[in-house]
Design a protein around this ligand. Structure first.
Ligand code: AMP
Length: 178
């Protein structure tokens, strides 16, 4: 399936979780057997080209695509988790949201020094989450040069912010006007 056909499988829910937000829901994409498989293959092709030695995905929807890409390429998967989920000593970064802050954590032992880690998530909006994940993985010793997304919301500027931080960014589709 082409990225254009995959785009048609994403459900748009207006005013969720708050008025004015167009929520791009991947439930309908991953529920479609061929659509999910093609999404993972497209992402895996880019990760392979990027020379990925491991895949990192952000909780929770980044786990769905990231873990599948890792299996497709025969690589390990690094879960970038919400706070307090990992049962060991973690390293973490706090990052700003529109209102308040959030935090991401990883197991530092999950990363080999200099290991090429490619980030995978379902969607990039402002880029805050992906930038925090990049910072955290680099702190643990990873070489992070590539970030892959199913969906880009280009009007929110996240992909540009990531590029300014030296990352190569690719998304399978975009939705303009958000
Ligand atoms: P950001 O840190 O602003 O790039 O936001 C990225 C995260 O927020 C992604 O992992 C998405 O799961 C979620 N997200 C933000 N905006 C939307 C949206 N319009 N539709 C669906 N998910 C969104």
């Amino acid at each position: 399936m082409t990225p254009q056909e995959l785009r048609a499988l994403v459900r748009t829910v207006p005013d969720f979780p708050q008025p004015g937000i167009q929520f791009r829901d991947i439930t309908t994409l991953i529920g479609h057997q061929a659509g999910f498989a093609a999404s993972v293959r497209h992402l895996a092709d880019h990760a392979r080209e990027a020379g990925a030695q491991a895949i990192a995905g952000m909780e929770a929807r980044g786990f769905i695509f990231g873990a599948a890409v890792a299996v497709e390429l025969g690589l390990g998967f690094v879960p970038v988790r919400k706070p307090g989920k990992l049962p060991i000593e973690t390293i973490g970064v706090d990052y700003a949201l529109e209102y308040g802050t959030d935090r991401l954590e990883i197991d530092p032992a999950a990363i080999g020094q200099g290991q090429k880690v490619v980030i995978v998530d379902d969607l990039i909006a402002t880029g805050g989450t992906a930038l925090a994940a990049t910072q955290l993985l680099r702190l643990a010793g990873a070489q992070v040069d590539h970030a892959l997304f199913v969906i880009d919301l280009p009007d929110l500027g996240g992909a540009d912010r990531l590029r300014e931080s030296g990352l190569t960014v690719h998304a399978l589709m975009d939705f303009e006007g958000d």
